[in-house]
Design a protein around this ligand. Structure first.
Ligand code: APR
Length: 231
């Protein structure tokens, strides 16, 4: 059985990483256009660096929760027939043990050089303007996909969606495309679909099955059911 799982900020909420659109979400205190667009970065790079440096440090302090750990168990059983496509820029899937993870909106722990285009792991605060390990220029930006920019690895994601038998969306509000449209692609190519979310989302009506509850509860339950049917 080939499984694709889309995750959003909700899967990391119980790890203490704030979501974007729930009360107290990440955007509070910051207009999206100021911290999540190329124009905002060009206008005021220090504000953007401070915003992402703080998010990276917070994410480094967070721990994977039972939902991340359950998905890592499912990957152990399914191997190459399993793929996580995450909108999240934290590294909690990897720290839970997942290896097959596509970060379609980038990764807080990577930096992108505006001079040479190189992407490199980074742990220093970018507001300090560290040099690019490739070209030495001090023009690194967060390797995060901002509004108006192309998400990463869409071809690989599309290929997985058309081939999968089961598509699950976890912890996403379904408000941002192309991720919000993945359920329609999977459905069109014959997959069963399930949404595991705290509350109804904008795309809930598009799923065959919906389970509402905190990810740390509903995801391990769902994974145990999959493990029972597969093994
Ligand atoms: N368990 C499960 N779901 C939860 C939990 C939880 N503990 N807490 C919140 N949620 C759900 C909310 O109900 C909501 O539907 O997670 C979803 C979070 O939605 P958003 O904050 O919009 O996050 P996300 O869907 O990942 O945003 C998508 O938008 O801002 C851009 O690039 C950014 O990747 C992000 C994209």
């Amino acid at each position: 059985m080939r499984v694709v799982v889309l995750t959003g900020a909700g899967i990391s909420a119980e790890s203490g990483v704030p979501t974007f659109r729930d009360a107290g979400g990440l955007w509070e205190g910051h207009r999206v256009e100021d911290v999540a667009t190329p124009e905002g970065f060009a206008r005021d790079p220090d504000t953007v660096h401070r915003f992402y440096d703080a998010r990276r440090r917070a994410a480094a302090q967070a721990e994977p929760n039972p939902a991340h750990l359950a998905l890592a168990r499912l990957e152990q059983l399914l191997g190459d027939d399993f793929l996580i496509v995450t909108q999240n820029v934290d590294d909690l899937h990897e720290r839970a043990g997942s290896e097959r993870v596509v970060h379609m909106h980038g990764d807080l722990f990577m930096a992108l050089c505006e001079s040479c285009g190189d992407r490199s792991p980074h742990s220093a605060d970018l507001i300090e303007r560290p040099p690019c390990p490739n070209c030495g220029e001090r023009m690194l930006r967060p390797d995060v996909v901002w509004f108006g920019e192309m998400p990463y690895e869409l071809d690989r994601i599309d290929e997985a969606l058309v081939r999968c038998d089961l598509f699950a969306a976890i912890g996403t509000s379904g408000g941002v495309y192309p991720a919000a449209g993945f359920v329609m692609v999977a459905t069109e190519f014959g997959a069963r679909t399930i949404e595991l979310n705290l509350a109804a989302s904008e795309i809930t009506p598009l799923f065959d099955e919906v389970r509402h509850g905190p990810a740390s509860i509903v995801v391990p339950e769902w994974v145990e059911e999959q493990l029972a049917t597969i093994s």
